[in-house]
Design a protein around this ligand. Structure first.
Ligand SMILES: Cc1cc2nc3c(=O)[nH]c(=O)nc-3n(C[C@H](O)[C@H](O)[C@H](O)COP(=O)(O)OP(=O)(O)OC[C@H]3O[C@@H](n4cnc5c(N)ncnc54)[C@H](O)[C@@H]3O)c2cc1C
Length: 370
């Protein structure tokens, strides 16, 4: 029996566990991976995500995060490159999530690795290592659902599938991607690439299931379709892949937002609560903000329903704008009109980027009433 049981030791789970332990709660985090693992993600850290991580005590520069000052958008053979309204960072999730779990342990959290949770009730969880009990349960399993009373995952029509692969960045890839995130917009999705620490390039792409099937359904078919879209993609496809096969995630529930009425007392965090299109590069910030908000509500003795309502209010507008952006980039006509407009209006891209961010920075966490 513990005060708080956090299911999932990713960004949201690690951050919430750390904050609650620092505020004096006994916390257990259950993580299914038994050792540091790669996770599907573009690994683009927005300014809001960086702020949350630095407030927690993560030193991104010391972990080797690389700066990203520019964005390059490519579609229909046209390219627009602009400076970002902030300095972003590229850092692998393998390093970042591990750093956060270490921080949690330092704060007193018991992190149990290699434990998979199979079902959650109000104060109990069934796991691969037997049952666990807690006063409060936080569901932070990211894109992976867990059976829990009162929580349903409605089916998503023609959902997106995500792929991720790391590549050894040779000199030409480093030159093409230095200081830059590149977004290749294509029918039914996009491919994003950028550098992370250690001369590594990350290619993360999202594609509608129907488009994937039309291409042939396999990763190799997707790669073939990317060749020639941009010089960086062509260089990457000839480079050395660092995983034996890509990481994949199916049924991405973009647009998910919490509902605050008549639901389970389990606090849902991160992607389990709110999922903005990955194209916006702010999902990690939302995961960290949800952890910050949940920790505040728990410390103030407030209910999960109150927390879900507050989270929906805080992140709902940006998620809805992100969904509009995603739809526009997937529609052929809008995409080609959009890229021409971006070329004509130098400030437009920066405005779009701002509109898909978290609102104000969160004040430091003090475990006070929200
Ligand atoms: C293709 C793609 C690209 C993206 N690119 C970006 C980007 O560039 N920038 C950005 O800010 N956001 C990006 N995102 C979004 C971002 O990755 C997520 O929003 C963020 O990781 C959510 O954090 P989380 O803590 O909710 O989940 P996760 O980080 O996924 O963590 C969940 C944890 O729970 C564990 N777990 C799962 N099931 C169980 C179980 N049953 N029992 C125990 N443990 C379990 C997992 O192993 C994992 O460690 C992207 C998302 C996708 C799909």
């Amino acid at each position: 029996m513990t005060d708080v049981l956090v299911v999932g030791g990713g960004l949201a789970g690690g951050a919430a566990g750390t904050l609650l332990a620092r505020a004096g709660r006994t916390v257990h985090v259950l993580e299914r991976h038994s050792s540091p693992a790669d996770k599907i993600c573009g690994e683009f850290l927005s300014i809001e995500a960086q702020k949350h991580l630095e407030d927690l005590g993560i030193n991104l520069a010391a972990l080797g995060a690389v700066p990203i000052n520019h964005i390059r958008v490519i579609s229909n053979g046209q390219t627009v490159e602009r400076s970002l309204p902030f300095v972003a960072r590229g850092l692998s999730r393998r390093l970042l999530d591990e750093a956060l779990l270490h921080l949690a342990e330092k704060a007193g959290v018991v992190v149990e690795r290699g434990v998979r949770v199979t079902e959650i009730e109000t104060h109990a969880a069934s796991t691969s290592q037997g049952p666990r009990r807690a006063d409060v349960i936080l569901l932070a399993t990211g894109k992976l659902p867990v059976r829990a009373e009162g929580i349903e995952a409605p089916p998503v029509l023609d959902a997106h599938v995500g792929f991720k692969m790391h590549w050894r960045a040779n000199a030409s890839i480093r030159r093409l991607l230095e200081d830059c995130i590149e977004l290749n917009l294509m029918q039914g999705g996009y491919a994003g690439l950028q550098l992370v620490e250690g001369d590594t390039a990350n290619l993360c792409l999202v594609i509608r299931r129907s488009r994937l099937a039309a291409l042939g359904g396999r990763w190799e078919d997707v790669l073939m379709s990317l060749g020639g879209l941009s010089p960086a993609l062509s260089a990457l496809i000839d480079a050395q892949p660092l995983f034996s096969k890509p990481l994949t995630a199916a049924n991405l529930a973009y647009g998910r937002l919490p509902r605050g009425r008549g639901e389970s007392p389990v606090f849902r965090l991160g992607d389990q609560a709110a999922m903005t299109p990955s194209l916006t590069g702010d999902g990690m910030a939302i995961a960290l903000r949800s952890a910050w908000l949940a920790a505040q509500f728990i410390m103030a003795g407030r209910s999960a329903a109150d927390y879900h309502r507050a989270l929906a209010k805080m992140v709902g507008p940006q998620v809805r704008r992100g969904m509009l952006l995603q739809r526009a980039t997937e529609a052929t006509m809008l995409r080609s009109a959009g890229i021409s407009l971006l070329r004509m209006q130098p400030r437009l891209l920066r405005s779009i980027i701002r509109l898909t961010r978290l609102p104000d920075p969160a004040p430091p966490f003090r475990g006070e009433r929200p």
